[in-house]
Design a binder for this molecule. Structure first.
Ligand SMILES: NC(=O)c1ccc[n+]([C@@H]2O[C@H](COP(=O)([O-])OP(=O)(O)OC[C@H]3O[C@@H](n4cnc5c(N)ncnc54)[C@H](O)[C@@H]3O)[C@@H](O)[C@H]2O)c1
Length: 352
């Protein structure tokens, strides 16, 4: 039985990955700031929760750990642009440092879940594989690329390093993200009958279901070292390479309501078609398609288990946290807002 340290375990992918690891018999040390809540991972005898910032990881966090899946990050382009310094510190430097400490502590494997967004813009006739020149257009994508470049040289005979360039993820997860294309389309279509489509709809984007990308991460824990060490793998499938316009039609046809497509935003400059034959050559294959994700999101909405809250839009939630933090610092006194410890002290005095 292996112990896996998962950073970012309280996030969209993490809250799906951790139960899957536990189901397969792994022991999990879940490290996160838990920006999206601490109650999204159910208690389990083989689950250890560590609330910590990944910039402060120390050797003791790696004790008894066999492998690391390093998910923690500021996880999308708009948040990366608004919080650029933090994005570089967390998405680039903290990940390289995490891999360095892991290696020094004798951990055997390190998996970096990076992003296909580092392909940025590619001509539509080209399907990029892992050897293609990258073209990161945003702070988020650039920090991912630097993280890749920082961790890959650490690969050695006793430290296996695998980089997974994940397609854009979709599907239901306990920490839900409605700021991801398919999820946002499904939510808008179901809730309001209006499906939001980013201009101009001809842009290519690869997708992967959240359980599929988690299964690729788990696959890499035991994949033969000689086939994966120091390697980059795109994670997705050709069936999930979509142009956003036709994708919107597919989502609209899957949602059980009358749906109208509504354009938003300026023309999207990111467009990339991706080749997934390298990971498929190892025996891993994505099992789900966009329709599966849309159907499960509609079921959760129908059942009242999902709605749009500030937490489901990463940028909004981080902006809220920053705003509230500044406000609370201004008004907090004696460690509280209303409760400042006086009543308790008075009670104790009266009792004496
Ligand atoms: N979701 C996607 O479509 C997608 C696609 C490609 C790559 N990725 C990558 O996968 C990873 C996970 O993405 P996600 O969608 O689950 O994002 P998420 O925002 O839901 O999860 C990130 C988690 O990291 C935690 N975190 C952030 N900063 C931290 C810090 N300083 N210390 C400790 N914890 C911190 C957050 O609390 C959150 O739980 C990210 O690296 C992301 O870039 C995601």
């Amino acid at each position: 039985m292996q112990r896996i340290l998962v950073t970012g375990a309280g996030g969209y992918i993490g809250t799906t990955l951790v139960p899957m690891l536990l189901e397969r018999g792994y022991t999990v040390r879940a490290v996160d700031r838990f920006f999206f809540g601490r109650d999204l991972l159910a208690n389990h005898p083989r689950l250890e929760i560590v609330q910590e910032d990944v910039r402060r990881l120390a050797p003791e966090h790696f004790s008894g750990v066999d492998a690391v899946i390093d998910l923690a990050a500021i996880s999308n382009d708009p948040s990366g642009e608004l919080f650029q310094d933090v994005t570089w510190a967390v998405n680039h430097r903290a990940r390289v440092r995490c891999a360095e400490i892991a290696k020094a502590c004798g951990v055997g494997r390190y998996v970096l879940p990076s992003s296909c967004s580092i392909y940025g813009f590619q001509p539509p006739e080209v399907k990029v594989d892992e050897t293609a020149a990258t073209n990161p257009l945003t702070t988020y994508a650039k920090a991912n690329e630097q993280a890749e470049l920082g961790v890959l040289p650490l690969a050695s005979d006793d430290f296996t390093v695998v980089v997974l360039r994940q397609a854009t993820v979709y599907g239901y997860s306990p920490r839900m993200r409605l700021d991801l294309a398919i999820n946002g389309m499904a939510f808008g279509a179901w809730k309001t009958g209006i499906l939001p489509l980013m201009r101009d709809g001809s842009q290519w984007r690869p997708f992967v279901h959240v359980r599929d990308t988690a299964s690729a991460q788990i696959f890499m824990l035991t994949a033969p070292r000689e086939q994966v060490n120091g390697q980059i793998f795109n994670v997705g499938s050709d069936e999930n390479n979509y142009q956003l316009g036709p994708l919107a039609e597919t989502v609209a046809a899957t949602v059980p309501k009358d749906v109208r497509i509504e354009w938003y935003g300026d023309a999207d400059h990111r467009s990339y078609r991706v080749d997934f034959s390298k990971i498929e050559g190892l025996g891993w294959k994505a099992e789900r398609r966009a329709e599966d994700g849309v159907r499960e999101i509609c079921e959760k909405l129908e059942g009242g288990q999902l709605d749009k809250t500030a937490e489901t839009i990463t940028l909004d939630w981080y902006k809220n946290l920053a705003k509230w933090h500044a406000l609370i610092k201004q008004v907090e006194m004696y460690g509280g807002i209303f409760d400042i410890g006086i009543d308790e002290a008075a009670r104790r005095e009266a009792a004496e």
